[in-house]
Write a new protein. Sequence first.
Length: 373
Amino acid sequence: MNILAIESSCDETACAILHDTTLLSNVVVSQIDIFKAYGGVIPEVAARNHLEAILPVIDKAISDAKTSWKDIGAIAVTHTPGLLGSLLIGTLTARTFAILHDKPLYAIHHLKSHIYSNWIEQNSSVAPKFPLLALVISGGHTQIIYMKEHNSFEIIGTTLDDAVGECFDKVAKILGLPYPGGPSIAKAAEKGNPDKYKFPHPKIDNLNFSFSGLKTAVLRTVQKTCSVSLDYPSHDLKNLLTSEQIADFAASFQKTAVDILLEKLVLAETKYENIKSIVFAGGVSANKALRKKANEIFSSLETSIEVSKENQPEPFKKRKNTANESPRIYFPAPQFSGDNAAMVAIAAYYEIQSGIEPTNPYTLDISPRSNIS
Ligand code: KG4
Ligand code: ZN
């Protein structure tokens, strides 16, 4: 069956068509260039741009897939969480087409889509196995989710304040790096020394996260390095930093953020029995330093478990799994780690497989915040 999916929860207008698990087309129009000038997303501007882009994006997805409305079996759309105006454009469009063309409509949670980005074009022999842990790391969320089977989500850890992507974006602003902050920090970090500055890890015993302290620690260290007082305007600090200092701050911050994420993931894996797969999801999962470190901790154990454990910081040494039991880790392909509609389509595909009923196109509502379910 062909599924046409629409995503418009933040600043990407996207449409994709999936035939079972095979992607036929994937169109993403990003508003990043518009928001670079402002240093962040302005919700009203985002909604207006979605309105202009959505119909051409859908038309292109249909023509790229060489199909027509007649051969679309179902429509899927992101309805929560996200920016209200942005969600409204996507859902109203999807509802209208569902009614007009008499197609079943599936309302998909955005974090579910991010998790399912790991199933795109994966047949059942290589797809993630259950039970699994999902680390959802985006601009608005930082959560560890336990899944015992498809469409079953238990949030076992969440951030108590900022999301990790938000922290990347805020630290990038302090360092004067362009929006979006995550890729800018990652690029600047390539030339930096990750051990130059030490930032504390939050002292939280359970699986929850906190990132606001890390952002403040970076700010205080930059102020100290520049010999300015605590009330010095943070947007002016960038003018006092050398490019070498910016690279070192980016690398040291990135290393700390990655370690905080992976320490909690290791803790989750030791607490939950028999984890078969670990899937990473959301914009921050594109981060190369994170991918490298996660591979060192989980995958390379197959060849040199003792050596790699010896080199790890204390929490990473506590992993109880032996090489044979080590869960397989999955990262979305780079084009599916940020917002896109292919992940919405694949999430709908697994809802249909599980026998979940479509939603009513006349009454589907949106919500800016809601937990995955
Ligand atoms: O999933 P996403 O595209 O949108 C949301 O659902 O929030 O995630 C966006 C977040 C932003 O905070 C962005 O800075 C971050 O993902 N991000 C990265 C990287 N690429 C995007 N963070 C770290 N490293 C990256 N390479
Ligand atoms: Zn997202």
